[in-house]
Write a protein that binds this ligand. Structure first.
Ligand SMILES: Cc1cc2nc3c(=O)[nH]c(=O)nc-3n(C[C@H](O)[C@H](O)[C@H](O)COP(=O)(O)OP(=O)(O)OC[C@H]3O[C@@H](n4cnc5c(N)ncnc54)[C@H](O)[C@@H]3O)c2cc1C
Length: 346
């Protein structure tokens, strides 16, 4: 039997694309070699419509949030779990310049929707700073691990998931048919994250992979329920666990944790908390970033039934539902892909 799609990779990109196919009544199988250190398995899961350095809007964020909300609402058709928490991010404004800048941008028509019009306090004796926070609206966190694991279980239960390394040499492509071992499909899509650097079909993509490290800590006395951004993000996970991260490193592209990464995060924690904490985990992963900081979607230049969804960089959580919708509209409704993100720019 011929199916509609073979999907390579089940990170946040492959998961969102597969769910978009379910919404459109298309059949698929996912081939994914499970990797507990993949970017999606490591991700802090924060989604945020603002660039917190400049207080400007993220590229195309209104459309991204629209598709994000539809995605998490529609997921309820296959899962009773809660994946997304819309509880805001408290941006710590270190000095009067940042505070004034926030207040001025929060009255700007372009950004006001996403920024509190006043500065907030957080009354928590465990924090060194309790005043001068700007609240980012329509932001929060997705439990990406839960989402991936839950969707994986669903796919396994309906025989749509093969846990193996994809072997490029076993793939045969012609215009109407994709054959891979015993599988026949109309189309194939690669959602491989940074491992796509080894993909022979999309070798033109100019990746700039970015390593990120994070800590998971336990602090019995902190009792904080808000996401805070100071130098790094600080995220309550429940039951007195918190994650903090993530660092940026463009030179060391391994998923080994480093002393330097740990020290940067510990320095932030020590300047930020005045209660004891214990480090539980230290993790590292590689973000699939592209040289021009834009994602990459579209079809292969020669094989029109072969597609790519990659380059989610630091913002996979918000981008993945949006890009899946854009790509499916391109494939099934003949809409155009914005040239800024189209694979043809490579
Ligand atoms: C420390 C850290 C913190 C982050 N925090 C955030 C955050 O707070 N918010 C946010 O939006 N983003 C965050 N990110 C970025 C986010 O994780 C990425 O944008 C996103 O996860 C990329 O997803 P992906 O599906 O493209 O790739 P991946 O997550 O890498 O998934 C690819 C999957 O495909 C599989 N695969 C690849 N090649 C093959 C093959 N040939 N055969 C079989 N399987 C294959 C891999 O094993 C993996 O399971 C963070 C990243 C890091 C490292």
């Amino acid at each position: 039997m011929k199916i509609d799609f073979i999907i390579i990779g089940q990170g946040i990109a492959g998961t969102c694309f597969a769910f978009e196919l379910i919404r459109r009544n298309k059949s698929f199988v996912i081939i994914d070699k499970y990797d507990s250190t993949s970017s999606s398995q490591i991700a802090l899961g924060v989604y945020n419509p603002l660039v917190l350095k400049w207080f400007t809007k993220v590229w195309n964020v209104d459309n991204q949030l629209h598709d994000f909300n539809i995605f998490y609402n529609d997921l309820k058709s296959i899962s009773t779990d809660t994946f997304a928490y819309d509880n805001g991010i408290y941006k710590f404004l270190h000095n009067p310049y940042d505070q004034n800048n926030w207040l001025s941008k929060s009255s700007n028509r372009n950004t006001s929707l996403y920024m509190s019009s006043d500065l907030k306090s957080i009354n928590n004796p465990g924090l060194v700073f309790n005043k001068f926070f700007g609240l980012v609206n329509f932001s929060g966190r997705v439990d990406v691990q839960l989402l991936l694991n839950s969707f994986r279980s669903y796919c396994k239960s309906v025989n749509k998931l093969i846990n193996e390394q994809f072997d490029y040499k076993s793939l045969t492509v012609n215009n109407n048919l994709i054959s891979y071992k015993k599988i026949k499909a109309d189309k194939i899509i690669f959602c491989e994250g940074y491992k796509a650097v080894d993909n022979p079909f999309f070798s033109k993509i100019k990746f700039k992979p970015t390593k990120g490290e994070l800590l998971v800590i336990y602090s019995k006395n902190l009792d904080l329920d808000k996401i805070i951004h100071s130098k790094f993000l600080f995220i309550p996970l429940g039951n007195d666990y918190y994650s903090v991260g993530a660092t940026y490193n463009w030179n060391d592209i391994t998923n080994e944790t480093t002393l330097n990464g740990r020290q940067q995060l510990v320095n932030m924690l020590d300047s930020f908390l005045q209660v004891p904490y214990k480090i539980i985990h230290h993790k590292a992963g590689i973000r699939p970033s592209i040289f021009d900081r834009r994602p990459v979607v579209g079809s292969h230049s020669e094989h029109k039934n072969m597609y790519i969804l990659n380059g989610l960089g630091t913002r996979g959580v918000l981008l993945a539902p949006y890009l899946s919708n854009v790509l499916c509209n391109y494939i099934y409704n003949n809409t155009l892909i914005n040239l800024e993100i189209d694979y043809s720019r490579m």
